[in-house]
Design a protein. Structure first.
Length: 414
């Protein structure tokens, strides 16, 4: 018999669970009415069924069930779980930020978030069914939970889960795995302006007004490096033209000022426009043909199941889009072939944290450098040895280009 989660104020909960202080305490009382005895989501029967629906490996479901047993014996954890679940379920009201504000390291190796996500399974299944999403897509999408539990083990050598911010999206029903890639109903929040010439199909990307950039074409401050005399980009719209500083498809601010006459150029994307961000889960190599197929599927999937959520572009931020990778990887490598599908662009305030995390591990450090094994690992270290810096970059693709052959759009403008 489980104890009823106690009435605890957030400071008491924080003290008993050694949780860090933070804005998460603000809405704590909102979840008070939802305290319940023997919550369904801690019952072994419920969890076994949920894990089985997600086709989880017996080893991983065993670890989850063991964590649930521990929560069941600890009223303070149950109360915290009840709160986490409430914030996740009522995301319309609290938004993504509130969930992110919950303590990331909650001393339980993240399993309270695993249980909170699994508790949302009935709602997600129902929401997908209402939209007509086939069950195999629901299962493939939510399988990310097990993937991240395994990645945690790979990184830290013990079972755990550290990706609650990311898993928020599939468990709120906004992200879908369609073949090799995942797609999130998102907004383009980069402050850039994208234009297309309807006649030639060419694209031009213009930098944000007043952005400072270095002589190497990166935004000032990238990798923590500031130029002595950075240049300043500008953007203007007149009755006849769009004027601004050009960003090359190889991810550099060129410093070239261009004028795009309105009779020849259409604005096709700006900050705040609805867009699909795409993501590459760690599930083996990525065949570029499979990736292209995923974009085609996304076009069909979202128009069929989310006709009320039209979008203007696909975009992504990742270490994968650093064009410097082409100096090291063979032409035929999947990463280089994938890069060629997109208009690559630099991001402000970016750094090399992600490449080390995804190519080595989150625990990577220069003082205890692992022996590089793959071509990419050797390349990543070699570049640093030569004094270079890696950086997370952006990639853009317009829906109408998703089924065309790569390279066509990615020419350096004359
Ligand atoms: C993205 C990903 C699927 C690309 O792998 P891939 O299809 O094998 O890529 P390539 O064909 O270009 O690989 C070229 C070389 O780099 C190596 N390589 C690729 N990704 C690697 C990684 N993450 N870590 C170490 N080595 C890697 C390959 O093994 C190959 O080297 P080899 O010839 O010595 O074996 C892979 O990096 C991955 O799973 N990453 C984790 C998920 C991720 O980072 N997603 C991006 C979102 S932020």
């Amino acid at each position: 018999m489980m104890d009823k989660p106690q009435t605890l104020n957030p400071s008491q909960a924080a003290e008993r669970l050694s949780l860090p202080d933070g804005p998460w305490k603000e809405h704590w009382q909102d979840s008070e009415p939802f305290r319940e005895e023997n919550p369904f989501y801690l019952q072994p029967g419920y969890l076994e069924e949920a894990c089985s629906f997600l086709r989880m490996d017996a080893e991983v479901s065993g670890v989850i069930l063991a964590a649930a047993r521990q929560f069941g014996q600890n009223p303070a954890w149950q109360r915290f779980l009840c709160h986490g679940r409430h914030v996740l379920r009522d995301a319309e009201r609290y938004g993504y930020r509130e969930f992110m504000a919950l303590p990331a390291e909650a001393g339980d190796d993240g399993f309270c978030y695993v249980i909170a996500f699994l508790s949302a399974l009935p709602e997600i299944r129902e929401m997908h069914a209402r939209r007509g999403v086939p069950e195999e897509i629901t299962v493939a999408t939510l399988a990310d939970l097990e993937r991240w539990i395994r990645i945690y083990r790979q990184w830290y050598g013990r079972w755990g889960f550290g990706e609650r911010n990311w898993l928020f999206h599939p468990f709120r029903g906004n992200l879908f795995q369609l073949g090799r890639l995942q797609f999130l109903l998102d907004r383009f929040e980069d402050d850039m302006h994208l234009f297309r010439s309807p006649e030639s199909g060419e694209l031009r990307l213009l930098a944000p007004d007043l952005a400072r950039f270095r002589p190497d074409g990166q935004f000032d401050g990238t990798n923590g490096i500031r130029a002595e005399n950075p240049e300043t980009a500008y953007f203007r719209e007149t009755t006849e033209a769009f004027l601004g500083t050009l960003i090359s498809p190889q991810s550099t601010v060129t410093g070239r000022q261009v004028s795009l006459g309105k009779q020849d150029w259409r604005k096709v994307l700006r900050k705040g426009d609805p867009a699909l961000s795409f993501h590459i889960p760690a599930s083996g190599p990525m065949d570029p043909g499979e990736c292209r197929e995923s974009f085609r599927r996304a076009l069909d999937f979202f128009s069929r199941h989310f006709p009320d959520r039209p979008f203007r572009a696909f975009f992504s931020h990742s270490w994968l889009y650093d064009p410097q990778l082409a100096d090291y990887l063979p032409e035929q490598s999947n990463i280089i072939r994938f890069q060629r599908m997109f208009y690559l662009y630099p991001l402000p305030q970016t750094d090399d944290r992600q490449i080390f995390e995804r190519v080595f591990s989150r625990t990577f450090s220069f003082s205890e450098m692992p022996t590089p094994k793959t071509t990419l690992q050797k390349a990543v270290l070699e570049h640093v040895r030569r004094g270079g810096h890696w950086r997370t970059s952006g990639a853009l693709l317009l829906p109408e280009d998703a089924s065309t052959e790569p390279d066509r759009r990615n020419q350096i403008p004359k």
